[in-house]
Design a protein around this ligand. Structure first.
Ligand SMILES: [Zn+2]
Length: 299
């Protein structure tokens, strides 16, 4: 599959922000500030990242480039190898753990069967922060990096307070985000991260998948988890243990959210898999008696 890259935006979004759209694979984001340029994510291959840098050349001027890796999922950082070695690449400290995990090499080995991934090498971030937040002071714009675990342990979102814009990356997804594992702790983390983004009361919540910047998606993601909790709580012991549970009426993806009609079959399969992971985590939390979402989240 060949992916072409396009520069785009959303109606009303500040002109210092540019969306880099790699077809329907992923969106990265470019932010221009007075002091420096910031690229949030490097796309899925060095070739795509190179294309992005070429397309952005005019917007970049002579300002230095800083790169943020939102998290160590292949579609967001495999373009790192295209960057000059002097470019600062910022990520959360837990990104380093993910890169060290054998799973990182395993995903690469599997994906390399596709020709476009053959030039990928895993290039690690070179600046990491271990706390909850870190700020980049660009002069006219501030980029607050917020640790938002749950989708992955290393995930960060970016908040730009001056223009009330949140780059939510994969914490918020349309139609649903995906939790890291069936461990209730990850589910609790994802809900807390969604709440944290909701509390920003952003005018724009820019997603990496789903091609949207509508803050209402945050509310609908929280509503989905609240509904899922209620449906699971309404099931009996036998039903909860059923292996085909995710295919049964009431707890299927389409019973909980409106699945876009124009969604491709491939994307639908992907989100049904996400839904199964979420369902497993919600069931694990239910069995352990862990309350992962407050009752006010389904309004
Ligand atoms: Zn992603």
């Amino acid at each position: 599959m060949d992916v072409t890259l396009q520069l785009t935006s959303y109606p009303g979004l500040d002109e210092r922000i540019t969306i880099l759209r790699a077809a329907d694979e992923v969106d990265a984001v470019f932010v221009r500030t007075e002091r420096f340029n910031i690229l949030v994510d490097t796309l899925a291959t060095p070739a795509l990242c190179r294309q992005a840098l070429d397309l952005l050349a005019e917007k970049m001027g002579r300002r230095p480039l800083l790169v943020i890796n939102s998290h160590m999922d292949w579609d967001h950082f495999w373009g790192n190898a295209a960057l000059d070695r002097s470019v600062p690449i910022i990520a959360h400290a837990t990104a380093t753990d993910r890169l060290r995990d054998p799973a990182a090499q395993q995903v690469l080995a599997e994906k390399k069967q596709e020709p476009r991934f053959q030039a990928v090498e895993l290039v690690a971030p070179n600046i990491t922060f271990a706390g909850e937040t870190m700020a980049l002071h660009g002069g006219d714009l501030t980029l607050e990096l917020i640790h938002t675990p749950g989708h992955t342990p290393d995930h960060i979102a970016v908040w730009v307070p001056e223009i009330r814009t949140c780059l939510a990356v994969d914490t918020v997804e349309h139609p649903i985000p995906e939790v890291w594992s069936s461990d209730p702790a990850d589910l609790c983390a994802l809900i807390a991260s969604l709440k944290q983004i909701q509390d920003l009361q952003a005018d724009y919540v820019v997603l990496a998948h789903g091609q949207r910047a509508d803050p209402a998606v945050v509310d609908s993601n929280l509503r989905y988890f609240a509904r899922l909790r209620d449906r699971v709580a309404g099931l009996g012991e036998i039903d909860i243990g059923a292996t085909d549970l995710a295919d049964r009426g009431g707890v299927r993806l389409q019973d909980l959210v409106t699945v876009p009609e124009d969604m491709t079959a491939e994307t639908r399969v992907f989100y049904e898999r996400c839904h199964r992971s979420n369902l497993a985590a919600v069931i694990a939390a239910y069995k352990a008696g862990i309350k992962f979402i407050s009752d006010g989240s389904d309004g």
